[in-house]
Design a protein around this ligand. Structure first.
Ligand SMILES: NC(=O)c1ccc[n+]([C@@H]2O[C@H](COP(=O)([O-])OP(=O)(O)OC[C@H]3O[C@@H](n4cnc5c(N)ncnc54)[C@H](OP(=O)(O)O)[C@@H]3O)[C@@H](O)[C@H]2O)c1
Length: 256
C-alpha cells in the first residue's frame, strides 16, 4: 500500500461538524461571540455563553438555546469558579473585551483606562485559557480574538495595539505550552457590532461607508464572517499557533 493511501486511512478529511462537542464562548452574548455561538450550535455543538451578565429569557429570547454562565474575565477567581462549574468541554473561544476606546495620546494617556483595558483584554484572555485548559478534552482548542491594530498601529490606540499584540504572543506561546491542545487567534477587520457604539451615530455611519468603499471585499464584516473562521479553527486538527486575518482585505489598504 502506498504512503498516500495509508495517510488517507489514518486521517479522514476534517469536517466542520461539531456534533457531540461542547463549546464555551466567553463574550458570546453579543456581536462576534454571539455569531460564533450560533454557528457552533448550528454545527451541532452544545454551547455555553459566558459574560458579566446572565440574561433572562424575557430579556433575550434568542439566547434560550444556550447555557449561560456569569463571569468577569478581570476576576481570576470568578473565572476559575466558572470553568469548574462548566466542567469538561471541547472548544473555548474568548471574544470578551472591555469597550474599545482611546485613552489619549501615549504621553497623556489616562493610565486607569489603559490598565483596565489591558487587564480585560490581555489578562482576561490569559485567565480564561489558564482555567479552561484543565477542563478541555483531548482534541480541544482555544481561539482568541484580536484585531488589525496588532500589526498596524493607529494613532491614539496604543493600549489596544499593545493588548492585541500581547494576546497574539500569548496564543503562540500557549500553542507550545498546552500542546496537543490547539491555540489560535482570529484577527477580524471592521465588523459591524455594538462594540462601535461608543462612536456617535454619524461617525459610525461614516466608518461603515469608508470600509465599504475602500476594503477590497467592498462591504463591512459580519459576525458570521468571523464565525466561519472560528468553525475552521475548532475543527481542523492540524492548525495551531496561527493568526488568521478575516478582514476583507483591510491589511492591503490605508487605515480608515
Ligand atoms: N467588532 C469589530 O469591528 C472588531 C474588530 C477587530 C477586533 N475585534 C475584537 O473582537 C472581540 C469581540 O468584539 P465584538 O464586536 O463582538 O464586541 P462586543 O459586541 O462589544 O462584545 C463584547 C462582549 O464581551 C463581554 N464582556 C465585556 N467585558 C467583559 C468582562 N470583563 N468579562 C466578561 N465578559 C465581558 C460583553 O458582555 P457583557 O457586557 O454581558 O459582559 C460582550 O458580550 C473584541 O475582543 C474586539 O477587540 C472586534
Amino acid at each position: 500500500m502506498s504512503n498516500a493511501n495509508t495517510q488517507k486511512e489514518l486521517s479522514p478529511a476534517p469536517s466542520l461538524s461539531l456534533a457531540g462537542k461542547k463549546v464555551v464562548v466567553v463574550g458570546g452574548k453579543t456581536g462576534i461571540g454571539l455569531g460564533i455561538a450560533r454557528a457552533a450550535q448550528a454545527a451541532g455543538a452544545a454551547v455555553t455563553v459566558a459574560s458579566r451578565r446572565v440574561a433572562t429569557v424575557e430579556e433575550r429570547p434568542d439566547l434560550a438555546g444556550f447555557a449561560q454562565v456569569r463571569l468577569d474575565v478581570r476576576d481570576e477567581s470568578a473565572v476559575r469558579a466558572a470553568f469548574d462549574v462548566i466542567g469538561p468541554f471541547d472548544h473555548l473561544i474568548v471574544t470578551a473585551a472591555p469597550d474599545i476606546g482611546t485613552w489619549g495620546a501615549f504621553m497623556d494617556a489616562d493610565m486607569h483606562g489603559v490598565r483596565s483595558y489591558l487587564e480585560g483584554k490581555f489578562l482576561g484572555s490569559w485567565a480564561c485559557a489558564r482555567h479552561a485548559a484543565p477542563h478541555l478534552r483531548a482534541g480541544g482548542s482555544i481561539t482568541f480574538l484580536t484585531g488589525g491594530m496588532s500589526a498596524r498601529p493607529k494613532l491614539g490606540f496604543t493600549a489596544v495595539t499593545s493588548a492585541f499584540a500581547a494576546v497574539e504572543a500569548l496564543s503562540g506561546s500557549l500553542a507550545l505550552e498546552l500542546a496537543p491542545l490547539r491555540v489560535n487567534t482570529i484577527r477580524p477587520g471592521f465588523v459591524d457590532t455594538d462594540m462601535w457604539s461608543f462612536l456617535p451615530d454619524e461617525h459610525r455611519d461614516g466608518l461603515r461607508k469608508k470600509v465599504a468603499e475602500t476594503f477590497p471585499a467592498r462591504r463591512v464584516g459580519t459576525p458570521d464572517d468571523i464565525a466561519h473562521a472560528a468553525l475552521f479553527l475548532m475543527t481542523n486538527p492540524y492548525v495551531t499557533g496561527t493568526v488568521i486575518e478575516v478582514a476583507g482585505g483591510e491589511n492591503l489598504v490605508a487605515a480608515v
